[in-house]
Write a protein that binds this ligand. Structure first.
Ligand code: CMP
Length: 141
């Protein structure tokens, strides 16, 4: 099977709570490769652009507030079937429905404060990786 990339974000709630290292350790334990990492605080505008697909939804404003509330960590993960594997490791969007042992079950506290983000499909992954990482930081090969 082909190696693909996905975009992961350790969100401000998980960073603030001191869970970033534990999430990174779970990523390493999963066998997914970490190709690139950046830690930064999103502006509200950048959060709005990243989550533009959710514009108009009831939670959009709160989501921008949350995502710009403190530093987050964006990672490019790669491996066979990496998009689906990272989504499985994260668990369901709402931590209360996430499977035991998943990141959101362990470290998420609500549907909004859900500890991490992952691309939902390979094409979205390409767009989301390019949103945070330039070609100079992440060679094609
Ligand atoms: P994420 O996977 O990053 O995609 C969009 C984010 O919006 C989601 O995780 C949550 O942080 C947030 N979100 C999704 N649904 C809701 C909701 N019903 N109420 C509040 N926040 C939500």
């Amino acid at each position: 099977m082909e190696t693909v990339r996905t975009l992961a974000i350790i969100k401000p709630d998980a960073v603030r709570a001191g869970n970033a290292g534990k999430v990174l350790s779970m990523i390493e334990g999963s066998g997914l490769a970490v190709e690139a990492v950046r830690m930064f605080r999103l502006t509200r505008e950048a959060a709005g652009a990243f989550y533009a697909v959710h514009r108009g939804k009831s939670f959009y404003g709160e989501l921008l507030e949350f995502m710009s509330s403190g530093p987050c960590i964006a990672l490019v993960l790669s491996g066979e079937n990496a998009v689906a594997r990272w989504r499985e490791l994260m668990g369901a969007t709402n931590p209360s429905s996430a499977a035991d042992g998943t990141i959101r079950k362990l470290y998420g506290t609500s549907v909004q404060f859900n500890a991490c983000h992952g691309s939902d499909a390979p094409e979205t992954a390409r767009q989301e990786v390019a949103f945070f990482f330039s070609g100079a930081e992440l060679p094609v090969n």
